[in-house]
Structure formats: C-alpha cells, structure tokens
Design a protein around this ligand. Structure first.
Ligand code: ADE
Length: 247
C-alpha cells in the first residue's frame, strides 16, 4: 500500500518514521512519501496562500501549487488491478467523520494521498478539479478544529496502516480492541495481582475462559453505556445477540 502526503510542514510527519509504522516502511509493507507543497510553487516567495474572495478572516490556499503536486502524484500512482482511482483524502473539520469502519474501508485501497490544508482551507475548485484523477474524500477527525491537516494525517495513517496485514505483529490484537465490534474495549490488568491494595478482578485469575469472556463482555457494555451511549444506540442487536449466544 502506498501513502503520499502533501504539506507545507513536511517535518510534521516525521513521527511516521517511528514505531510500528516506521518499521512497516522499512520492511516494505507500506510506502510513504512526504511532499513539500512549496516545491510546486513558481514564484520567488514560494507563495501558497492568498486573501479570500468575498472577504473574511484568514487566508486561503492557492489552487495552482495543489494542482501541480496532486497532478504529479496521480501520474505516478501505481495502477490498481481493477483500474480504481487513487483516493485523495482532504482532512477538514467539514468532512465526514473518521471511524474504525472507515479505516478498514481505506485499508483496502492501493494508494491514499493526503492533502494537508492550512489557514482557512484549500480553494474549493481544487477538490472539483481533482475528481478526474482521484476519488476525493474530505474527512474530519471529529467536531473540533485543528490548525491544519497534519495531525489528522498522523492519526489516519496510523489507524489505517496498522490494519495492513503484517504491520501489527499479533493480528489477534486487532480483533478484541475498542470499536472492532461496535463497543469499547474491556478493562485490562497485568501483574502484580495486588497493587497498592487494589486487586485484579478474581474471575481473571480463575482460568475459566467462559466466565472471563462473560466478564469482559459485561464490562464492554457497561463502559460503552457510561462513556459512549451513542454507540449502544447504533448497535445491530441481531448480530450482537448471535455473538452472545456463542460465548
Ligand atoms: N483540520 C482542521 N480541523 C480538522 C479536523 N477536525 N479533522 C481533520 N482535519 C482538520
């Protein structure tokens, strides 16, 4: 799988050289290239922004450097087996919300390109223009505003990249984590069994796998109901009760 990131702050993406994603890059499980948007400007000052038409606060990113960079990247896109277009992800608080389900969907793609906007955003015509070469998807991390797309890209690349087979050493750990079944993960404990007068729940020391599974499911439900009642409302109860019968 290939990722390309375009930003005026390429150094912001340096953490993607670390940990599991960095290792996956070294091992060739994923390719990740970071591009400096200013390298695609033609003026002496390497200008990437200008004042907004219609007035208002802040600056808007000029379209031409984006067209130059995204056009260049699209030309070099690895052709996908079924002739799919690369996906252009535009991090924006005005996008659809990024979820684990969306991470799984995007992990199936061959080539993801991220356009990190800054200031008040990118001239809207870039997103229209890019539609010929890309499937364009404005995506938001959540209902809050960041200073630019870079932090959102760090989160999305990590969430998507870890779903690529081989990136996470033990694939079992992807099965039981938060959001994999629509619920938050159960609480976890390690040694010592008594720590500062606090005991690990006894059932976890019992070796009774049926009871442990029941304890964990119950705590997933309790925790989700307390912290994220919206997820309980969204549960597909029919699938859930089938799974319950099997535990
Ligand atoms: N850029 C600014 N705010 C953002 C957000 N909430 N999600 C993604 N990209 C953003």
């Amino acid at each position: 799988m290939r990722f390309d990131v375009v930003s005026i702050f390429p150094e912001y993406l340096a953490p993607l050289e670390l940990s599991l994603i960095g290792k996956a890059r070294t091992e060739g499980l994923l390719e990740l290239n970071v591009h400096d948007l200013r390298a695609y400007t033609a003026d002496r000052h390497r200008t990437v922004d200008d004042t907004p038409y219609g007035g208002g606060a802040g600056m808007v990113m000029k379209p031409e450097p984006w067209a130059q960079s995204l056009g260049d990247i699209a030309e070099k896109s690895p052709a996908t087996a079924d002739g799919r277009k690369p996906v252009l992800i535009v991090p924006s608080p005005a996008g659809e919300v990024f979820t684990q389900a969306l991470a799984y969907e995007l992990a199936e793609e061959e080539h993801l390109v991220f356009a990190c906007g800054r200031y008040e955003g990118i001239d809207e015509r870039v997103l229209e223009w890019a539609g010929d070469q890309y499937t364009v998807r404005p995506i938001s991390l959540g209902d809050y505003v960041l200073n630019g797309g870079e932090v959102a890209v760090l989160a999305m690349v990590e969430a998507i990249g870890r779903l690529i087979p081989g990136v996470v050493g033990n694939p079992e750990s992807l099965v039981e984590e938060s959001h994999s079944d629509g619920l938050l993960e159960y609480p976890v404990y390690t040694k010592p069994s008594v720590w500062r007068d606090r005991e690990v729940p006894e059932v976890l020391l019992s070796g009774n796998h049926g009871k442990i599974a029941k304890f964990r499911k119950e705590h997933q439900l309790r925790r989700t109901a307390a912290r994220r009642p919206d997820l309980i409302d969204a549960l597909d109860v029919s699938t859930f009760s089938k799974a319950e019968k099997n535990t």
